[in-house]
Design a protein around this ligand. Structure first.
Ligand code: FE2
Ligand code: FE2
Length: 199
């Protein structure tokens, strides 16, 4: 069944009819076009970009390091998981590792869009990461450490989002959607810990 197209109210029809096409533009098109031609090497970043690009790139590189360390920690836990609940938990670890990798890729792509370079130098990744790489002594400990790391990511991403505010809404939206997934991860890990039996 196809939905009926929404009917315009009489008010909306009148407003459309009376509006001159050019007058409806938000700003001078010529000026926008001229600005776009200047600094074309800046790619997606135009002169209306309001944030401090260097700071945003630095914050994103910290988030990128956090994601990579999380991928590595989840992978380690995935391969080392053993015990009564290992099968169910292993699947969760692997899913989280893959989702953290997808976050890392989105962040790295945005860094490039902003004219920066994703810093993936393994020598400095763990120092820049907000979350830690903790191996965990047993399955329950691994889940606990993953929950701690997720909570750290949640707090630091929320701070990045607050900083971005209205200055860079594209980066902000990306970080908001990553944050939502970190909250899901934390929720799943907390549920696992709640119903824990055995090692
Ligand atoms: Fe993540
Ligand atoms: Fe996560």
């Amino acid at each position: 069944m196809s939905a009926k197209p929404a009917r315009k109210s009489a008010h909306a029809v009148a407003a459309t009819a009376s509006r001159k096409p050019e007058a409806a533009m938000i700003t001078d098109v010529k000026a926008i076009r001229a600005r776009a031609r200047q600094h074309i090497q800046d790619g997606a970043i135009t002169s209306s970009y309001n944030a401090d690009r260097g700071t945003v790139i630095k914050l994103l590189n910290e988030a990128l390091a956090t994601e990579i360390v999380c991928v590595l920690r989840y992978k380690r836990h995935y391969f080392m998981a053993s015990g009564l609940m290992a099968d169910a938990v292993k699947a969760e670890f692997l899913e989280h590792a893959n989702e953290e990798q997808a976050h890392a890729d989105r962040i790295a792509e945005r860094i490039v869009q902003l004219g920066g370079e994703p810093d993936l130098n393994p020598d400095v990744l763990s120092k820049r990461s907000h979350a830690e790489y903790v191996e965990g002594s047993d399955l329950r400990d691994m889940v606990k450490e993953d929950l701690v790391a997720e909570r750290i990511a949640i707090d630091s991403y929320r701070e990045i989002i607050d900083y971005l505010g209205d200055r860079d809404t594209t980066t902000k939206r990306m970080m908001e959607s990553i944050l939502a997934q970190e909250e899901e991860h934390a929720d799943e890990l907390a549920d696992l810990l709640d119903g824990w039996t055995g090692k």
